[in-house]
Design a protein around this ligand. Structure first.
Ligand SMILES: Cc1cc2nc3c(=O)[nH]c(=O)nc-3n(C[C@H](O)[C@H](O)[C@H](O)COP(=O)(O)OP(=O)(O)OC[C@H]3O[C@@H](n4cnc5c(N)ncnc54)[C@H](O)[C@@H]3O)c2cc1C
Length: 495
């Protein structure tokens, strides 16, 4: 068979199927966290069972039925890409390195522009309410407990879509459940680490895959989407001279504690100075019996970074005793920080790291997406949101240009420049930059914020950030859907 003609596809009953249990490590009330993924395995020499089709091996790797998109990474970006491809009718396979998907992480924010895309994927309020809570306020408070800035968020602010604060792991499992329910378990191959790629002369691309059992394989498709996170192997190959991970000296300890929510009951609060702060927000509604909600917190300090990040890992379990002394006297009549930290359920240490922007996210038919493209400081709460928006923009480009390089080129031209600017803006503290301003003008101690940074200046500062990050309200509310309802690849509908 020539490389161009594509494989003969013969539907056979699945042979050699292994059932992988994807079980939750943590108890997660009200969310179905048990998923069974059926992964196709080799059934005959020279022939590999993939999904529901049998295809022969060819030089350059096993050619997946045309058209086909390979997605490296089954995190938030990879799964929303998969759900989008399913919606617009493009066959795909997700290759995920871990052998078991678990509800990992703590709180993340889904900005209204990302929630809109989830709604367009028929993942609505009922589902999101099971993994988080609509955010109602965003506030900055000085170390002395005085307000610096507060604004209403979500529907109450006038957005057509809410902002959600969710448990990352539970949201991730929701996406897994939705994908398996809609596209079947065979679209996710666990224990499959993509180690690199080769672009082929016929316009296809081969991904080299290392399996959890030590074996390897090569899979060939039309497009490879790298959604493999901040340590992306594909990005490392695409940009071999990229700078090492960038660390500006901030260390975050992240955790969750069952506690009474403060302010509106669903407020995001940044408290302190830019060198030492707490970020606190609930990711569940309060239990009606106890009044306690799951509160996500980030305790952050800035240290000398001249010797670089020396601890191993970037999201490792930690102990409260390692850092509670930095916040020992942070007690107010509305909040007791040491108590919140002491009663934590889980704690992770996490350096605030990102990557320098690169000039392009594309190499022919290989595309970087999500953190692989634009890992950024979490100061703007938009890393996960941007990964979701990326996935939808890619879907829109595929509808417009078909499954090929033109779609990736259009995606890169639209997003790489502007989102790279957001990376740099977040390095300058993102919306927390207001704390820097207060610090520069009065050392962080003030009685009346208007005497330090006038209200108009504060509002202008926040408006600039939201416009850059794509969730300025008027613009978002007025924009048409990223992917028109019912649009399918090959049946383009004007968005
Ligand atoms: C376990 C985990 C916990 C996290 N917890 C938090 C949190 O609490 N708060 C927060 O703000 N952010 C957290 N993040 C980061 C956050 O999810 C991302 O910044 C954001 O959602 C963008 O998503 P992404 O899909 O681009 O990357 P990620 O969410 O990082 O997903 C990347 C996926 O690719 C897989 N992968 C990596 N390398 C390969 C490879 N070579 N081949 C195949 N698959 C590969 C990874 O296992 C992962 O599933 C966490 C990420 C992970 C992986």
């Amino acid at each position: 068979m020539s490389e161009r003609s594509g494989p003969t596809q013969t539907a056979l009953p699945p042979v050699g199927i292994a059932a992988l249990q994807v079980a939750a490590a943590e108890p997660a009330p009200r969310v179905a966290l048990k998923v069974t993924a059926l992964i196709g395995l080799a059934s005959r020499p020279g022939v590999r069972y993939i999904g529901s089709r049998l295809v022969p091996d060819v030089p350059g790797g096993t050619r997946l039925p045309k058209p086909h998109v390979l997605i490296a990474g089954g995190g938030i970006g990879g799964l929303v890409t998969a759900l989008t491809l399913h919606q617009i009718g493009v066959p795909f396979t997700v290759l995920e390195s871990v052998a078991e998907l678990r509800p990992l992480g703590v709180g993340i924010n889904l900005q209204p522009n990302a929630v809109r895309e989830l709604y367009d994927l028929q993942i609505g309020a009922a589902e999101l309410d099971r993994v988080g809570i609509p955010a109602r306020e965003w506030a900055l408070v000085g170390r002395n407990g005085n307000d610096i800035y507060a604004e209403v968020r979500g529907l109450e602010a006038g957005y057509r879509w809410p902002q959600y604060a969710v448990h990352r792991g539970r949201f991730h499992m929701l996406l897994v459940d939705k994908l398996i329910e809609r596209a079947g378990p065979e679209v996710i191959r666990l224990g499959s680490r993509v180690t690199g790629y080769r672009r082929q002369q016929d316009g296809s691309v081969t991904a080299t895959v290392q399996r959890a059992d030590g074996s390897g394989e090569s899979l060939r498709a039309d497009i490879l989407v790298a959604a493999d996170g901040i340590h992306s192997a594909i990005r490392a190959q695409m940009h071999p001279d990229q700078a090492p991970i960038h660390w500006g000296g901030a260390i975050m300890w992240r955790g969750t504690t069952l506690a009474r929510p403060i302010r509106t009951g669903s407020s995001f609060v940044g408290l302190g100075t830019h060198r030492q702060r707490m970020v606190i927000y609930p990711i569940s509604p309060p239990d009606p019996r106890t009044g306690l909600a799951m509160i996500n917190w980030i305790a952050e300090i800035t240290v000398d970074n001249s010797e670089g990040w020396r601890n191993s890992g970037w999201f490792r379990p930690a102990q409260v005793v390692d850092f509670i002394h930095h916040f020992a006297d942070w007690t107010y009549d509305w909040l007791d920080v040491p108590d919140l930290l002491r009663r934590a359920d889980v704690v992770y240490e996490n350096p605030m790291i990102d990557r320098d922007p690169v000039p392009t996210w594309r190499d022919g038919n290989v595309l970087l997406l999500g953190d692989a493209a634009h890992a950024m400081y979490p100061t703007g709460s938009n890393g996960a949101s941007q990964a979701i928006v990326d996935a939808r923009e890619l879907g829109a480009m595929l509808v417009r240009h078909g499954v090929g390089e033109a779609a990736l080129e259009a995606f890169d031209a639209k997003l790489c420049g502007p989102i790279s600017e957001v990376i740099l803006r977040n390095r300058g503290a993102g919306p927390f930059g207001l704390l820097n301003l207060v610090d520069a003008r009065c050392g962080g101690t003030f009685e009346r914020i208007d005497d330090v940074v006038p209200q108009a200046e504060r509002i202008e500062f926040m408006a600039r950030y939201k416009a850059a990050a794509g969730f300025a309200m008027e613009r978002l509310n007025a924009a048409g859907p990223t992917i028109a309802p019912g649009a399918r690849v090959g049946e383009a509908v004007d968005a």
